[in-house]
Design a protein around this ligand. Structure first.
Ligand SMILES: [Zn+2]
Length: 247
């Protein structure tokens, strides 16, 4: 089996769940569950986001190949400082994606304020991870159809694939737009099979979201009769391709 890539982890304290995740929490959980590489993003947070980005960058330097950063900036920030910080994260700190959190950032993906995220992602050739599920209406998966059609060369990752309750909607959106990728953390086991039937396993990636949820997510994929090569794609190859990472 190839080293597993966890595409959705956080560093810091979530303003919603109150959960704090530290460097050693991440490392221990990766060790325990056979994860080789984790992609790390800030939480929806009250902390200063530049400080969190700096801490994530420190982590990636300390453990090369084991961690890659994902930037998460408030789209309500004006275009110039937003783009400046994102470009710094990608070009200088080696971050591999940008996050849009419609609930945490309190914004619809259809807002004009989000155009700078899509344009920057296209220019920087990075995928956009968008939180979906909790926090509707802004977190409805169908709201990604329009930006995905406007930016067909940008990859949009539907984080939590609708969070169980809107999973069918996430599948409909993914069927409508080939540049949507599903990351089904927190979804029911049988819906993962449904996603694979609808769009193919090459468009699924594994994300844990919380360290204690990592073994649960891995077990979900291992419980639905997937072949070793399908598991290798979902756990390793797909993430490597989509985030353009080396390890
Ligand atoms: Zn998350």
């Amino acid at each position: 089996m190839l080293p597993i890539i966890d595409t959705h982890t956080h560093l810091g304290t979530s303003k919603f769940s109150g959960v704090t995740t530290t460097e050693s929490d991440l490392l221990e959980s990766m060790e325990r569950n056979g994860v080789g590489t984790s992609l790390v993003m800030p939480q929806p947070t009250l902390e200063n986001i530049r400080d969190v980005h700096a801490k994530i960058a420190e982590l990636t330097l300390k453990h090369p190949g084991r961690f890659y950063g994902i930037a998460s900036l408030d789209p309500w920030i004006d275009e110039e400082p937003y783009v400046e910080e994102l470009e710094m994260c990608v070009n200088e700190l080696g971050f591999v994606a940008v996050k849009l959190h419609p609930m945490g950032h309190n914004i619809s993906p259809l807002s004009d304020r989000c155009t700078k995220i899509y344009e920057s992602a296209r220019r920087l050739r990075i995928p956009i991870i968008v939180h979906t599920g909790l926090g509707t209406p802004f977190s409805l998966p169908s709201l990604l159809i329009e930006p995905a059609r406007k930016f067909p060369d940008v990859t949009f990752i539907v984080a939590h694939a609708g969070f169980a309750i809107y999973t069918d909607e996430a599948v409909v959106a993914a069927k409508a737009c080939e540049n949507l990728i599903l990351e089904p953390s927190w979804c029911q086991t049988y819906t993962i099979q449904k996603m694979i039937n609808a769009i193919g396993h090459q468009r699924l990636i594994m994300g844990s979201d919380h360290v204690t949820n990592l073994p649960v997510e891995l077990t979900k994929y291992r419980s639905i009769g997937l072949s070793e090569s399908q598991l290798d794609d979902i756990f390793h190859h797909n993430a490597k391709r989509i985030f353009n990472i080396q390890s």
